[in-house]
Write a protein that binds this ligand. Structure first.
Ligand code: DGL
Length: 260
């Protein structure tokens, strides 16, 4: 079992930011990444639709023999991970907006959260937010349109820059000093955000924490790969292969287009 792959899914290419961190920390692990780009964005969909797609992705990865699944999508985690954990026996790792680290680091006591509508309106997000934000001003912003631009290969477009400027302005007016990236796609915005934000505003995302958690859960379940065979990393998409390729920090990636 331990030599089997870690399964990772997202509504599209955003979860590659998590794959990069997992691969860096656990280079001996084989991985299977599933990008459900055809159904992106998940963010504006209702809870039931997000659950249905998350179940479909999970079953596809389980059929590939994965030993653990990383839900590399804040929207799917906050809406569906409880149900996935209830229905399947393998371990699941999820990702949620990193409010706690932002709350602890903020000196101005004002933080911004950029996330999808599905994440910001979820019960799980509200619970976490209430827990850590009692003495904080939290400026929430739905990142409408960002996922679509990234999925269409328009990460570095003027349209993206203008969209981000309009989303950041209310946060800057509120004097935030931490910006939480609450969607795995948004990690790829970091170079643009650094240009748009004052230097003292920290950009906080959860990729490294998810990789550490993945390692810890593999260890505690005795699932770390102990075989010396060369690892394999496979990527499957029902969208554009070129977009995955452009965001992957891997020269040996095998990307396959599937009908899914
Ligand atoms: N990467 C997903 C997330 O972390 C994007 C959601 C979407 O497809 O709208 O929330």
């Amino acid at each position: 079992m331990s030599s089997k792959s870690i399964g990772i899914f997202d509504s599209g290419v955003g979860g590659l930011s998590i794959w990069n961190e997992i691969h860096l920390l656990l280079p001996m692990e084989s991985t299977i990444y599933l990008s459900d780009s055809k159904h992106a964005p998940y963010g504006p969909k209702g809870k039931e639709a997000i659950i249905e797609l998350s179940v479909k992705n999970t079953e596809w990865l389980i059929n590939q023999g994965c030993k653990l699944i990383v839900v590399a999508c804040n929207t799917a985690t906050t809406n569906a991970i409880d149900i996935l954990r209830k229905n399947y026996s393998i371990p699941f790792i999820g990702i949620e907006p990193a409010i706690k680290p932002a709350a602890l680091q903020s000196k101005s006591k004002a933080i911004g959260i950029l996330a999808t509508k599905g994440t910001l309106s979820s019960h799980l997000f509200h619970e976490t937010s209430q827990l850590y934000s009692s003495d904080l001003l939290v400026v929430e912003q739905v990142g409408d349109g960002i996922v679509e631009l990234i999925e269409n290969g328009a990460l570095y477009s003027d349209q993206m820059k203008h969209l981000l400027q309009s989303y950041l302005q209310p946060m800057l007016d509120a004097k935030i000093d931490c910006l939480v990236l609450g969607c795995t796609h948004y990690h790829f915005l970091t170079p643009i955000l650094k240009q748009l934000l004052p230097e003292h505003v920290k950009i906080i995302d959860s990729g490294k924490a998810v990789a550490r958690q993945t390692k810890s859960i593999l260890e505690s379940n005795i699932l770390l790969n102990t075989e010396t065979s060369v690892e394999q990393n496979r990527f499957y998409t029902n969208g554009n292969v070129k977009v995955i390729d452009s965001l992957l920090k891997s020269e040996t990636a095998r990307i396959k287009k599937i009908d899914f």
